[in-house]
Design a protein around this ligand. Structure first.
Ligand SMILES: N[C@@H](CCC(=O)N[C@@H](CS)C(=O)NCC(=O)O)C(=O)O
Length: 212
């Protein structure tokens, strides 16, 4: 039986898959594990009552396991790994937090109104650390095989590339070749392409935050 999952609908297009990196992380995990699923698209700007009943915090993703709706991509991915151990997507613990500060520093730069507040440097430091990590290994964070940490970070880098490119005319420096190759490897994966939000919806999704 297919697992049920609630994900974000695109801003302004309630019938189209939206731009939630946490939802994509879970969808990628389902795809990589070849678990069949049924998606419910949720319009987050006008949350329906049925959704608020199953997700009192009002957040996506939520997945139904044994008749119980479970929120939070960290928790959901953990349950998926337990219930569907093959193929294993476990990340060795020493690599589990690689890249974990990139999303926060990216959002700070995206929202920054002051070019000298250090937010660009903070993001660059995190991307350089990722580049160093990938040097001599890869193409993925734990080596040859894609694992959970990549499925979490990939969607965030996808948002970073589109949103900073669009709103700040900012791109990852060419010198960070390992990060560039990493993004290429992740973004070209079949499951990534299948579960990604269209570029235009990533932009419309971030616009209110940037203009706040
Ligand atoms: N920690 C949560 C974060 C999920 C999250 O923040 N989802 C956003 C969409 S990307 C959301 O549902 N926001 C609710 C809203 O916009 O009202 C997870 O990993 O699942």
């Amino acid at each position: 039986m297919a697992l049920e999952i609630c994900v974000k609908a695109a801003a302004g297009a309630p019938d189209v898959l939206g731009d939630c990196p946490f939802c994509q992380r879970v969808l990628l995990t389902l795809e990589e594990k070849k678990v069949s699923y049924k998606m419910h698209l949720v319009n987050l700007s006008d949350k329906p009552q049925w959704f608020l009943e199953i997700s009192p915090g009002g957040k996506v993703p939520v997945v139904k396991f044994d008749d119980k709706w479970v929120p939070d991509s960290d928790v959901i991915v953990g349950i998926l790994e337990e219930k569907y151990p093959e193929p294993s997507l476990k990340t060795p613990p020493e690599f589990a937090s690689v890249g974990s500060k990139i999303f926060g520093t990216f959002v700070t730069l995206l929202k920054s109104k002051d070019a000298n507040d250090g937010s660009e440097q903070a993001l660059l430091d995190e991307l350089k650390a990722l580049d160093e990590h990938l040097k001599g290994q890869g193409p993925f964070i734990a080596g040859e095989k894609i694992t959970a940490v990549d499925l979490g970070l990939g969607p965030k880098l996808y948002h970073l590339e589109i949103a900073l490119g669009h709103f700040k005319n900012w791109t990852v420096p060419e010198s960070l070749t390992h990060v560039h190759n990493y993004m290429k490897s992740i973004f070209s994966g079949e499951s990534f392409v299948k579960t990604q939000a269209a570029r235009e919806y990533v932009i419309t999704g971030w616009a209110p935050e940037v203009n706040a």
